[in-house]
Design a protein around this ligand. Structure first.
Ligand SMILES: Cc1cc2nc3c(=O)[nH]c(=O)nc-3n(C[C@H](O)[C@H](O)[C@H](O)COP(=O)(O)O)c2cc1C
Length: 187
C-alpha cells in the first residue's frame, strides 16, 4: 500500500514538472549599456520573468548573428547617449534582422530626459524606443528613467538649464517589474 502511494506521488510530481516544462517560455534579453544602469534593468527583468515560468537568457548586445530559434520573445534594451542608442544594439539588430522579423520583440530605452521638467524634452524621450527598435515592429515598447550621476557643478547647472534634468538614480523598479510582467501576456 505504502509503495502504491509513493508511486502515485512520484507520478503526480512528474506530471506537474512536465506541465511546467511544456508551458515554459524562452525569453532573450539583449541590452546595450554604457555605464551599467541598463544592464541592471535587464537583470531585474530576468529575475521577474523567471518567477513567471520563463527561461531567460540575458546578454550584452554584440554584432554577431546568433541562433534565436528557441526564443518565444526577444527583449531589446538600450541606454541613450547623445540622443542615440548604444551602437552594439544597432549592430545586434542588423546582424539578426531576418530572424528578429519573424519573432516577437519588445524594446525599452533607458534615458534621463524622461524625467525632465520640460515637456518637450519628455516628449522627445518618448521617441527613443522607436530608435531602439531600428525598424523592427515590437509588440511592446517603453522608456525607463535611468541613472544620471552628478556631472559636477557646472555640468549639473547646464543639465538643468538646457535639459531640465537633475542628476540622480531614477530607475523605477516597480515600473520595470510591471512592464516585464506585462510581456508574458504577449506570446
Ligand atoms: C555622456 C552622456 C550622454 C547622455 N545623453 C543622453 C541623451 O541624449 N538623452 C537622454 O535622455 N539621456 C542621456 N543620458 C543619460 C543616460 O541615458 C542615462 O544615464 C542612462 O541611465 C545610462 O544608461 P547606462 O548606465 O546603461 O549607460 C546621457 C548620459 C551620459 C553620461
Amino acid at each position: 500500500m505504502k509503495k502504491a502511494i509513493l508511486t502515485l506521488l512520484v507520478l503526480m510530481l512528474a506530471d506537474v514538472s512536465n506541465a511546467q516544462g511544456v508551458n515554459m517560455k524562452n525569453v532573450l534579453i539583449v541590452y546595450g549599456s554604457f555605464a551599467g544602469s541598463t544592464a541592471a534593468i535587464a537583470d531585474s527583468m530576468r529575475s521577474c520573468l523567471q518567477t513567471k515560468n520563463c527561461a531567460v537568457d540575458v546578454m550584452a548586445a554584440a554584432g554577431a548573428a546568433i541562433n534565436l530559434d528557441k526564443y518565444d520573445l526577444v527583449v531589446i534594451g538600450s541606454a541613450i547617449r547623445g540622443d542615440n542608442i548604444h551602437p552594439k544594439v544597432k549592430q545586434f539588430i542588423d546582424a539578426n534582422r531576418p530572424a528578429l522579423n519573424k519573432k516577437k520583440a519588445a524594446v525599452f530605452a533607458v534615458c534621463i530626459t524622461i524625467t525632465s521638467v520640460k515637456p518637450q524634452k519628455r516628449e522627445h524621450a518618448r521617441t527613443y524606443p522607436g530608435k531602439v527598435a531600428c525598424g523592427l515592429h515590437p509588440v511592446s515598447n517603453v522608456v525607463f528613467a535611468g541613472n544620471a550621476p552628478s556631472a559636477g557643478r557646472f555640468g549639473n547647472w547646464m543639465g538643468k538649464m538646457i535639459f531640465g534634468i537633475v542628476p540622480g538614480d531614477y530607475r523605477d523598479w516597480k515600473a520595470i517589474k510591471t512592464w516585464a510582467e506585462s510581456l508574458t501576456a504577449l506570446y
